[in-house]
Design a protein around this ligand. Structure first.
Ligand code: CA
Ligand code: CA
Ligand code: CA
Length: 159
């Protein structure tokens, strides 16, 4: 998420993320997608910016993540907001191509997700339901199992 690569998350990173996300919005209301992305920043800053410098470092994030296991409602609320953003055609399911668009948007480059998607699609019906996505998202942010499928919710790990 550190779009400008300065080692800290700031409002600029979230604006850049929103800008990229708008480009893949297609027929979806791009302003709504952008507001979901930029809406993350004040929440993250309020929760994480321990030294109040309007920037969030990885150390500050990890302090918060340690406590997320006790903040299940907050985590699942974020999952739902993200689901709305990723479900570009609004059919209540995340398709393989919608998931691919998410990861490419995040990475800013074409990224293969053919191996990852089936691991996330727990019942193998070709889509991620809201419940599947919430499970993975919660595992990613608040779980302790590195082998859980949710580890890959943002795509493959860097080798
Ligand atoms: Ca940054
Ligand atoms: Ca800070
Ligand atoms: Ca969909």
């Amino acid at each position: 998420m550190d779009m400008d690569g300065d080692g800290r998350l700031t409002e600029v990173d979230f604006q850049a993320l929103a800008h990229r996300w708008k480009a893949v919005a297609g027929s979806v209301d791009p302003e709504r997608l952008a507001s979901i992305m930029t809406g993350w920043w004040p929440v993250l800053r309020a929760a994480s910016d321990a030294d109040g410098d309007d920037a969030v470092t990885i150390e500050e994030v990890l302090l918060v993540v340690e406590g997320l296991g006790a903040m299940a409602d907050a985590v699942s609320g974020t999952a739902d907001a993200m689901f709305e953003a990723i479900d570009l055609n609004g059919d209540g399911l995340i398709s393989r191509s919608e998931y691919g668009a998410l990861i490419e948007t995040w990475n800013g480059t074409p990224t293969a997700t053919d191996e990852i998607f089936p691991r996330l699609d727990l019942d193998g019906d070709g889509h991620l339901t809201r419940d599947e996505f919430r499970t993975h998202w919660t595992e990613f942010w608040a779980g302790d199992n590195p082998n859980a499928p949710g580890t890959y919710v943002f795509g493959a790990l860097v080798e």
